[in-house]
Design a protein around this ligand. Sequence first.
Ligand SMILES: NC(=O)c1ccc[n+]([C@@H]2O[C@H](COP(=O)([O-])OP(=O)(O)OC[C@H]3O[C@@H](n4cnc5c(N)ncnc54)[C@H](OP(=O)(O)O)[C@@H]3O)[C@@H](O)[C@H]2O)c1
Length: 252
Amino acid sequence: MKYKNILLTGGTGNLGKAIIKSGYFQNILSPNKKILDITKPETIEDFFNKNEIDAVIHCAALARLRECEENPVKSIETNIFGTSNLVNEVIKKDEKTKKKIRFIHISTDGVYEGIKGNYSEKDETIPCNKYGWTKLGAECVVNLLSNFCIIRTRFFDPNNIKFEKSAVDVYTSKITVFELSKAIKVILENNFVGTINIGGKRGSDYGAYKKYKPSIKPCKFEDILKETSFPMTKDASMDISLWEKIEQQYKK
Ligand SMILES: NC(=O)c1ccc[n+]([C@@H]2O[C@H](COP(=O)([O-])OP(=O)(O)OC[C@H]3O[C@@H](n4cnc5c(N)ncnc54)[C@H](OP(=O)(O)O)[C@@H]3O)[C@@H](O)[C@H]2O)c1
């Protein structure tokens, strides 16, 4: 492993837990929110002063759509200011040590409008809900770093599918947390700087979940919308050709 001390934020979340469990990363430091709260800059500074961090995998966020709609202030504080606080500390350390800490930021396919599908990294970003806007705000800040990669993705844990029904006409490029953990390792060790879509083949939500939870019932996008009070993407599938190229090179 190229990096000695990797700071993982959001280690108690769905993706964070999978990253830790994956075994792909040695020397992961994953402080809980009491030790490192991204909304409290002094806790970040303290952690960086006590540990020589050379890479960050930033998974911490307010990641639930409903929570972001109902509590926009908290979602701004966590997703935008929280990311900003972390980026500030990395810039300070980079300036002091003349090193370039590698920063992997987990973003979302929800920065795209989510209508036409097959979005490339160069497509317009125009989120349809508050979660997407706060994640886009976070992306802006991460772009101020010199050694960063923003991963736009959608994922699920096949062992923990909570839904009882799922739409046959909602499309994404979602992958499992296990596949994403592996992709994060590849990107961490790669020199790529910029934004990349990471996912799999375009498929319906129902199709993706049914494979792992045969009891799940099919429904329509409009059924889901009736139960939510906020907009959601219908086709947020992504063009993943850049990722496929990097993955191919890695396998060689
Ligand atoms: N789920 C998806 O399909 C999806 C798709 C695209 C992108 N993403 C992004 O992927 C990342 C991980 O998502 P997830 O599903 O694993 O989220 P999750 O299960 O909701 O976990 C969120 C994590 O963030 C931590 N956190 C929240 N506020 C914090 C704070 N102020 N300081 C430090 N840590 C804080 C939580 O800690 P506590 O448990 O202590 O609160 C938890 O560990 C997020 O950035 C999310 O936006 C998710």
